[in-house]
Design a binder for this molecule. Structure first.
Ligand code: ADP
Ligand code: MG
Length: 707
């Protein structure tokens, strides 16, 4: 057995179990071992019954003192009861529909239970606790891992599979990380990390394990970035000699901001030169939503076309492509620039015309979705590709375009303000332009952080906005209720929580599907409400988004898919549920969806989180409106994982099988610096085959996925 073996290689896992594992995205032994617990129950600190608090899940060691009795309550429902005691008292323990437990809880045997003890008269009552039998000479572990689950797989099954896999794999597992890097960064071995993250013995070992795994994640990420970057250095693209954009600027209805001017200069500077070819531009244009990136891209396109070349613009969604098409034809058609729109939904006949026009050079600019543009399209003389990544962050996996063997200049627009410290690490030698100034007269989206106590007032506020003709976004963190209870476990959100080993439960998550129904049926039956989430088909999403843009929907309940949204200037209220679940940068992106028109706009962040850090984070949003400042805060407060996971689209996360899940757990931003610098060191010294293979497979990089 090795990391790549299918999980059926693990004893006890057959085809049926394998199907359940597949639902969790676990196909190989590696997938299983990197299926990191989402938390740990600290069952080591056993308390007596009389020390228990009614709503707190706690561990108790109790001895069974009555024979279990099962009673049928009704059809399909039976209850098994027995009593068990410790020095401080006696508890009645209840299980439902598990008659077989009668045989397990024999009188005189001792168990460690994990549940909530409620005082009922002189006894305690514990319902459906977790349990482990206590055996002489076999101490129970202090921590029990809690895994993301699916129907058909419980904690014990995953834990058992992980234990089997570890014992088969560890003896031969080679840690590809050079020893010098381990030492310099005080990292434990991969073997230790994998075994302790599933079976921690104490806080210290768990912290060390997580630290190493987080390091690996950032390190691999950094390697993948540098692999994909290495490819694009020595490339050449046409140089532009005619670079005067005065006529273009003169027909705009506004003057550029200073920041826009500087960025245009930087971009055009990259493309200009006297000879016929020059080093290819690879530039990221970042700027907060609404900072006016499109016009900078249009200026670059203007230059390319004026010099007799073609340009292409790739965007993530059809509806966004249409919007850009309208904006940009408006700016460029006065100069005779011929633009075509190319979408998945474009008819075959029309597509052929576009292909033809691109190939014979009669079309100057093609705007369309990623896939469509890179598919079959061939250009006569493409000199510039602009990619609008919107909120996504993606230097990788950009499509290559056929272009008679000549490369084109590349401009990527990103609406994620990337902190300076991070930008250096991520982009290294990639050039970066920042539009760090908003056009004059932009309204501020007044932001409020509130708790459930404000629900009625906010509902009234929603009515007021809709009745006045406005529109509302309501963003929820989840689509449907996740399986498995969230109770009585320590979340890995922050290791601090582990230190105090406090049991706590989360506020229930508002799920988009459920909430949309509730609003439509109960709260706002008189308004038009629609639902939008990432699991819908692209055509369905587009239909909902268009209806919202056309004003046919009053309230749009959605998940974060609206981040990459269209401009709906009439929308003026953004409500975020369970706001503590989102990264600051992400909240800022969401807020940017409103405040685009004339209406005074607002953002309301709902959260019942009481922790000081959560409150402080949300307060940042009510006092800071600068995307770059927020991004720096985000990075500082939560570390790189949160930052990345907030800005990487689901698609990106899934495509590479890379989630930054681990880094989300690591609030040590120095670790990221360490990982990036270790990666630089490794690349400089020459990458080992193992490390390179790991980075490539983590990001599904192949020869064609280059920037
Ligand atoms: P983003 O950076 O989010 O892509 P856009 O390019 O879509 O922003 O610009 C947002 C809006 O601001 C557009 O309606 C655009 O016409 C307008 N705009 C851009 N630059 C300026 C400016 N310098 N002054 C006034 N309005 C501007
Ligand atoms: Mg834009």
């Amino acid at each position: 057995m090795d990391m790549n073996s299918p999980i059926t290689a693990i004893s006890g896992i057959g085809e049926v179990k394998a199907k359940h594992f597949a639902k969790l995205g676990i196909y190989t032994v590696r997938d299983l071992l990197y299926h990191i617990p989402r938390g740990y129950q600290h069952r080591g600190r056993v308390i007596e019954l009389d020390e228990s608090e009614p709503s707190v899940t706690s561990p108790f060691v109790l001895t069974v003192c009555s024979t279990p009795k099962t009673a049928r309550l009704r059809r399909n429902m039976s209850v098994t009861k027995f009593r068990a005691f410790d020095d401080s008292g006696e508890a009645e323990i209840t299980f439902f529909n598990q008659n077989y437990l009668e045989r397990i809880f024999t009188v005189g045997s001792a168990f460690r239970f994990f549940g909530k003890a409620e005082k009922k008269g002189k006894r305690y009552a514990i319902s459906s606790p977790e349990y482990e039998v206590i055996t002489e000479g076999k101490p129970l572990p202090d921590f029990v891992s809690v895994y993301p689950l699916t129907r058909g797989l419980n904690e014990k099954a995953i834990s058992k599979a992980a234990a089997e896999a570890l014992s088969a794999i560890l003896p031969t597992l080679v840690d590809p990380m050079p020893q010098s890097i381990l030492e310099k960064n005080m990292l434990c071995t991969r073997q230790y990390a994998l075994s302790r993250v599933h079976f921690p013995t104490d806080n210290t070992s768990l912290t060390a394990a997580l630290r190493r795994l987080c390091f690996d994640e950032m390190f691999t990420f950094a390697l993948a970035l540098s692999i994909s970057k290495k490819k694009m250095t020595e490339r050449y693209a046409p140089s532009m000699s005619n670079t005067d954009i005065t006529p273009f600027l003169a027909q705009l209805p506004y003057t550029l901001t200073g920041a826009q001017k500087r960025c245009c200069d930087e971009i055009i500077g990259d493309m200009s030169g006297d000879g016929s070819m020059r080093v290819q531009m690879n530039r990221i244009l970042s700027g907060d939503v609404g900072s006016g990136k499109t016009v900078c891209a249009a200026a670059a396109i203007y230059v390319a076309v004026k010099n007799g070349y073609q340009a292409a613009m790739m965007v993530p969604t059809e509806i966004l492509a249409r919007q850009h098409f309208e904006d940009i034809t408006g700016m460029l058609s006065p100069f005779g620039v011929k633009t075509a729109l190319l979408l998945g939904s474009t008819s075959q006949k029309e597509k052929r015309l576009v292909y033809q026009g691109a190939l014979d050079g009669s079309i100057d600019l093609i705007i369309g979705t990623h896939a469509v543009i890179s598919d079959k399209l061939e250009f006569e003389s493409l000199a510039l590709t602009v990619t609008d990544e919107q909120h996504r962050f993606g230097v990788m996996q950009r499509a290559t375009i056929k272009n008679k063997g000549i490369h084109s200049h590349t401009l990527v627009m990103s609406a994620t303000p990337i902190p300076r410290t991070l930008a250096l690490s991520i982009y290294g030698d990639l050039s970066m332009s920042r539009i760090d100034e908003m056009p004059k007269g932009r309204q501020r989206v007044d932001t409020f952080a509130v708790d459930e106590g404000y629900r009625e007032r906010i509902n009234t506020f929603i009515r007021k906005q809709v009745d006045a003709g406005g529109q509302v976004y309501i963003v929820c963190p989840a689509i449907e209720e996740a399986e498995g209870a969230d109770e009585g476990e320590i979340s890995l959100d922050s290791l601090d929580i582990l230190e105090s080993a406090e049991m706590r439960s989360f506020a229930p998550l508002k799920t988009a599907t459920e909430y949309a129904r509730e609003l439509a049926e109960k709260t706002f039956p008189d308004y038009k409400i629609a639902l939008l989430h990432g699991k819908m088909k692209p055509s369905e999403k587009d239909a909902v988004m268009s209806a919202f843009a056309d004003g046919d929907i009053d309230i749009l309940v959605s998940t974060t898919v609206i981040e990459v949204g269209v401009n709906v200037p009439n929308a003026n209220l953004m409500i975020v549920e369970n706001a503590e679940r989102f990264g600051l940068s992400q909240l800022h992106q969401l807020r940017g969806r409103v405040g685009r028109g004339q209406r005074k706009s607002y953002c309301v962040l709902f959260s019942d989180a009481t922790s000081l850090t959560a409150r402080a984070r949300l307060n940042t949003m009510t006092t800071t409106y600068d995307g770059y400042e927020i991004a720096e805060q985000d990075l500082l407060q939560r570390g790189p994982g949160d930052f990345f996971s907030g800005i990487c689209s689901d698609q990106f996360r899934q495509s590479g099988g890379f989630s930054f899940r681990l880094s989300e757990l690591c609030n040590d931003s120095t670790l990221m610096e360490r990982a990036f610098s270790a990666a630089r060191e490794c690349v400089a010294k020459g990458l080992s085959a193992e490390l390179e293979a790991e980075a490539r497979s983590a990001f599904a990089l192949n020869e064609n996925t280059i920037s």
